[in-house]
Design a protein around this ligand. Structure first.
Ligand code: MSP
Length: 651
């Protein structure tokens, strides 16, 4: 099967920001995913270089328009190259072949009678390159889309008979419920069409920076409307109007666009295509907008996030992961360094990075780094079943563009791996002469890591290639078929040590946000010192006596420590896995490292406050608090006097 994935082509009036990077990442991830599945995939991106807006930007910068366009276009291309975006073609609307293709398409629509010449008088917004009827203007003057002042323009124009496509468009939306994704956005498009479509002015005479009219029309004073020119890039890139070299890829599988340009893609574009007798794209995927720390990004506020700056600080793959994990496709997202750091530390470093390190460590100790899947099925049918169910569910999320759910589910694989280690305790098995069992658990987790890496590879291609290298295989369509589709297990191999893949981030790494956002570690410290003050000054409790019911609002339970480890780079914190009963295992981060070693806690019992809101300590989620008493002599844990079943209520 062949697939065709596109990004919008970016205006060359300014450099890329993370909104652009997001569209590009999601399209690149989709293209990589399709290739992984063995689908031949053409992935297009590029720049949109014509129109009054670009002409004016060039003038402001004191440069000839083409030179200005060349420079900005190159910044996009260089950035995508640096990010190793896997595009098949980078198109520019100033490419000769593209312009020739646009002229051919125009002529075809004209010859068909879909384009005619008339006069246009209307309110024009230069920034949006769009005419608006008076009824749509804000306060009779301002652009309904961007709020800028519109100006009245009267000019001779060629018109496209958009009004004739109303019914055909509505029929197409009805018959193809996946045409607009998320489906929830389809209504706004349908309503717009139902409200009546006016014929569309598709040429301009007020400026010259655009594709010229087809020669045979002998009408030099017109240039093409920038949206007609731009939308056609999706077919000229495949050779439309020239040699049709790659037209086999048409129709597009998905045009990824921001929600602000959905209307152009879901109304104008299909109408143009119908006029050209070309099939319509399968899906227009409209994503939401990114804000920074809750605010709209704008140059004047100086809060535009530069993807280059972020990737220099945190790495481009971490940024890809964050953006695709953080936001449900279609909804707006917020870029905050804090949220980004939390995901790096807890999901990438802890869940994934540590799991790999544990497997490397254990296999090193128990089997000279050799891993063999031969006994996995014997001891781990439950885990294999759970793992396969997760693997089978992933494709559905990707085809719905729900990358956040895709990644969320994918992460369940790591918790299957972590839980298997906790439950099966390979280190105990080794001591008890059950080496076969211990090695089966290690091999199970190695397999989980391998399969998860394959599925993570479209989002984090380089990192997962390193993991695959450690596990002695390569990520490609063959390994996808073998390990993910056919559910085979890894063959005997020697695992390689790899440097830590996700170093923890303790402090924000980008300057501005450091000032704007104190780190939560500091916040925690502040909060706890306040609590202490209050407690000491109210030693006799005064009016603060509790009702018994108030006391019982706190759920105290006996917990059994299943696992304990030191939190790297922290002198105080230990991270515990604590069982509070059969189906309730918690991760608790506690400041007790100065008083207890991690090993001494495993297998012992503690008392836990079980209904606290989860909180993050040094980026690690803590899902409860353990009880301890502290005085000048140090700290001791509060424990049940005799062993009790994990989860037994205290009170
Ligand atoms: N040139 C047109 C597209 C023509 S496609 C035939 C255009 N260019 S743009 O540079 O202004 O925007 C490109 C894409 O970036 C759009 O999909 C737009 O939605 C997206 N974004 C611009 N700012 C954004 C955010 N703040 N957040 C997310 N995406 C945003 O429109």
């Amino acid at each position: 099967m062949s697939k065709y994935i596109t990004t919008p082509i970016y205006y060359v009036n300014g450099e890329a920001h993370i909104g652009h990077a997001y569209t590009t990442f999601i399209a690149d991830t989709t293209a990589r995913y399709e290739r992984l599945k063995g689908n031949e995939t053409f992935f297009l991106t590029g720049t949109d270089e014509h129109g009054q807006k670009i002409e004016e930007s060039a003038q402001k910068n004191g440069k000839p328009t083409q030179e200005f366009a060349n420079e900005i276009s190159a910044t996009f291309k260089n950035l995508w190259d640096e990010f190793e975006i896997s595009y098949s073609k980078f198109i520019r609307t100033t490419d000769k072949d593209h312009m020739a293709g646009v002229q051919k398409a125009f002529l075809k629509m004209f010859d068909k009678g879909d384009i005619y010449k008339d006069f246009y008088e209307g309110h024009y917004c230069v920034s949006c390159e769009t005419f608006f009827p008076e009824t749509q203007l804000v306060d009779g003057e301002f652009c309904p889309d961007c709020g800028r002042t519109t100006s009245i323009v009267k000019e001779e124009s060629y018109f496209f008979k958009l009004s004739e496509y109303e019914d055909k468009l509505l029929k197409h939306y009805e018959e193809n419920p996946d045409f607009i994704m998320p489906r929830s956005r389809a209504n706004e498009v349908k309503n717009f069409v139902k409200g009546g479509l006016r014929d569309l002015s598709v040429t301009r005479t007020s400026f010259t920076w655009g594709v010229k009219m087809p020669e045979s029309l002998h009408d030099d004073k017109h240039v093409m409307y920038v949206w007609l020119d731009a939308l056609l890039n999706y077919v000229t890139a495949l050779g439309y109007g020239k040699d049709d070299a790659n037209m086999d890829f048409w129709p597009a599988s998905t045009h990824f666009v921001g929600k602000d340009i959905l209307r152009f893609h879901a109304i104008y574009w299909p109408a143009f295509l119908m006029s050209l007798d070309l099939p319509l794209p399968k899906t227009i995927g409209a994503h939401g907008w990114w804000t920074r720390d809750g605010e709209k990004m704008s140059k004047s506020k100086g809060n535009v996030v530069s993807p280059k700056e972020v990737s220099d600080a945190y790495g481009v793959e971490n940024l890809r992961y964050f953006m695709l994990r953080e936001v449900p496709f279609g909804q707006d997202g917020d870029f905050s360094q804090r949220a980004f750091i939390d995901r790096i530390n807890s999901e990438l470093s802890n869940d994934l990075g540590n799991l790999l390190n544990r497997i490397i460590g254990m296999s090193g100790k128990y089997s000279a780094f050799e891993i063999d899947s031969v006994d996995v099925a014997k001891y781990h049918t439950k885990e294999l079943g759970a793992m396969n169910r997760v693997l089978d569910s992933l494709d559905g999320y990707m085809s719905e563009m729900q990358t956040h759910r895709y990644l969320e589910e994918l992460w369940r694989l790591f918790s299957i791996g972590n839980t298997a280690i906790t439950e099966h305790e390979p280190w105990v098995k080794i001591k008890n002469d059950k080496k076969e069992e211990a090695l089966a658990t290690v091999a199970l987790v190695a397999n989980i890591l391998a399969k998860a890496s394959i599925m993570l590879s479209p989002v984090m291609p380089k990192t997962t290639a390193t993991i695959a290298d450690a596990l002695h295989f390569e990520i490609n369509n063959a390994s996808y078929n073998e390990l993910v589709i056919d559910k085979k297990l890894l063959k005997l191999f020697t695992i390689k040590k790899v440097p830590p893949l996700f170093p923890r981030v303790e402090e924000p790494l980008m300057q501005e946000a450091t000032q704007a956002e104190p780190t939560p570690v500091k916040k925690e410290e502040k909060k706890s010192s306040k609590k202490k003050e209050k407690f000491e000054s109210e030693a006799d409790f005064g009016d603060n006596l509790l009702e018994i019911g108030q006391f019982f609002e706190t759920a105290l339970k006996v917990g059994t420590v299943l696992e304990a480890e030191e939190v790297p780079k922290s002198k105080k914190l230990l991270k515990l896995k604590v069982s509070l009963g059969e189906n309730d295992t918690r991760q608790i981060v506690a400041g007790i490292r100065e008083f207890y070693s991690a090993e001494s806690l495993v297998g012992t019992q503690i008392c836990v406050v079980a209904n606290l809101k989860p909180a993050k300590l040094m980026g690690i989620m803590s899902e409860g608090m353990l009880l301890a008493a502290k005085d000048e002599d140090g700290l001791c844990l509060v424990r049940p006097e005799k062993p009790k079943k994990a989860g037994t209520p205290i009170g």
